[in-house]
Design a binder for this molecule. Structure first.
Ligand SMILES: Cc1cc2nc3c(=O)[nH]c(=O)nc-3n(C[C@H](O)[C@H](O)[C@H](O)COP(=O)(O)OP(=O)(O)OC[C@H]3O[C@@H](n4cnc5c(N)ncnc54)[C@H](O)[C@@H]3O)c2cc1C
Ligand SMILES: NC(=O)c1ccc[n+]([C@@H]2O[C@H](COP(=O)([O-])OP(=O)(O)OC[C@H]3O[C@@H](n4cnc5c(N)ncnc54)[C@H](O)[C@@H]3O)[C@@H](O)[C@H]2O)c1
Length: 447
């Protein structure tokens, strides 16, 4: 049995920072990762997809160049070059992280799947390959993987998750995507721009207000992506083609199938003896400082159900390392990186309506935002929701150019407790999209 002062399991978005900090304090620390360091975000999530998105945006801009009075020749997407650009960036980022971890003298990175055998009386045991480790402190950063739904026939048909899709070297001719949420919409739009014929099966952005979901659907269909708003019920192979039968009677056929139907936390990989309490949504139950039901074990990132994003996982590690902070009261902002993107923070209209508050709202279509008109980027809308009595900002939906960045102005205001009259009276820069934030705050009406 080898003893460590602390063991971190999972080198995703929270694990490396925690391991680095603990090791920096001179403690003997093990960081156990069964895949490559960097977790989902770096290896097959946020970063590779946003590198590909940049190529998809470039292709789209080139095709629209004539609208701006710029003549180009035929626009062709060199898919292997697009993928190579992405892999080069990701490899370099992964090497940077790996080199940093290797440079920490009291940290050992162990490339194994870790099993946890927790104890309520003494040190916890961690099995990593043929090594048996013991420690008083375990930090879990296990992340999640694609959930493959039990659709009849699916197990007999070759299908892709984001992991395999990001390893393709040839562009799929016809890509079927099951699931129309973040992963489905982001990949669906970009592969459509690369030249695949894409069909998305499922509700588009179902967590958003219906008019926002509908605007995102219009964006996708306007670019030639087919959307079948139904549930996939059966999958079959017919020669070299895949067919998916849906509950509205439609049958979608294609050459490749991507599953983007949600994620499942990687808790099962810890084995049967972890002893951790699991909540009713299937996440590891934690308190406001990430302590689990087992003393000496903490759970960070996607596995604790307090966020499903890189920024929430990373912030978990920052909060953990600062004894003054808790996760309570976190304002979670997020984006869906379609082009243009959807930026969101706080309540939707539906949540505001059912909150029991007196809600005021204002919105403007992007076609009325002068900067968007000047840039010929008039798809989308900006919407804000505030409490008419307390003057708190309740939420914002910015679907349109720069929406991913702009919505954070409202997120910061909410986190800082700024009241809407202060935003209304701020001086904005012209011509920017953000100049409409004061305008919105001065044109609020009852929801
Ligand atoms: C296609 C895609 C696009 C995304 N885009 C975005 C985006 O644009 N913005 C955003 O904020 N989020 C995005 N996400 C979500 C984001 O990637 C995750 O929320 C984030 O990576 C979660 O971080 P984490 O640290 O909780 O887990 P992860 O990053 O998944 O890291 C967990 C690590 O633990 C390891 N592990 C698990 N169990 C064990 C074990 N028993 N032993 C050893 N190692 C183990 C895993 O191999 C993994 O490396 C995207 C996700 C996907 C799939
Ligand atoms: N921009 C971002 O921040 C970003 C991007 C990608 C992924 N992510 C993260 O990854 C997570 C997973 O994203 P996701 O899009 O896979 O999952 P999701 O849980 O957001 O959505 C899955 C969708 O698949 C649908 N679905 C399931 N079975 C289906 C069937 N048989 N037929 C049709 N539709 C079906 C569900 O109804 C749901 O709408 C997100 O929670 C998010 O945290 C974030």
């Amino acid at each position: 049995m080898e003893r460590f002062d602390a063991i971190v399991i999972g080198a995703g978005q929270a694990g490396p920072g925690v391991a680095g900090e603990l090791a920096g304090n001179g403690r003997k620390v093990a960081l156990i990762e069964y895949e490559q360091v960097g977790g989902t975000c770096l290896n097959h999530g946020c970063r590779p997809t946003k590198a590909l998105r940049a190529s998809a945006v470039a292709a789209h801009s080139a095709r629209r160049a004539a609208d701006f009075g710029v003549r180009t020749g035929e626009v062709r997407v060199d898919f292997p070059a697009v993928m190579q650009r992405m892999h080069t960036m990701i490899d370099s980022m992964r090497s940077g992280l790996s080199d940093w971890l290797d440079s920490l003298p009291s940290l050992e990175v162990i490339h194994q799947t870790a099993r946890l055998i927790s104890s309520t009386t003494g040190d916890h045991r961690v099995i990593a390959g043929d090594r048996e480790l013991s420690t008083p402190e375990v930090y879990l950063d296990l992340g999640a993987r694609a959930a493959v739904p039990p659709i009849p026939g699916l197990d007999e048909v070759d299908h892709l998750t984001e992991v395999e899709l990001l390893q393709l070297t040839e562009l799929p001719a016809e890509l079927i995507v099951i699931g129309g949420s973040y992963i489905g919409c982001e990949f669906g739009q970009m592969f459509g721009r690369f030249g695949s014929r894409v069909t998305i099966i499922g509700s588009i952005a179902p967590r958003e207000d219906p008019d926002v979901s509908s605007a995102i659907k219009d964006l996708l269909t306007g670019e030639g992506v087919r959307v079948v708003e139904a549930r996939a019920e059966k999958v079959a192979r017919d020669g070299d083609r895949i067919s998916v039968s849906c509950d509205d009677g439609s049958i979608v056929t294609g050459s490749q199938l991507l599953i983007a139907a949600g994620r499942r936390p990687n808790i099962d990989l810890l084995g049967e003896d972890h002893g951790l309490e699991i909540d009713d949504r299937g996440f590891i139950a934690i308190d406001s400082r990430f302590a689990t039901s087992v003393p000496g074990v903490w759970a960070l990132g996607d596995i604790n159900g307090h966020g499903a994003f890189t920024h929430t996982a990373y912030q978990d590690s920052q909060i953990l390392l600062d004894p003054e902070r808790t996760v309570d009261g976190r304002i979670t902002a997020y984006a869906m990186f379609t082009d243009p993107p959807l930026g969101r923070v706080g309540m939707t209209q539906a949540e505001a309506r059912s909150s029991g508050r007196r809600v005021l709202q204002a919105e403007v279509p992007m076609s009325s935002v002068s900067r968007a008109v000047l840039d010929s980027e008039t798809i989308g809308l900006m919407r804000v929701l505030v409490d008419g009595d307390t003057e708190e900002v309740l939420g914002a939906t910015f679907f349109g150019m720069h929406g991913d960045d702009l919505v954070q102005q409202l997120g910061l205001a909410m986190q800082a407790g700024v009241r809407y009259p202060q935003l209304r009276d701020a001086l904005p820069i012209h011509p920017t999209v953000a100049e409409f934030i004061p305008t919105l705050m001065s044109s609020l009406t009852e929801l």
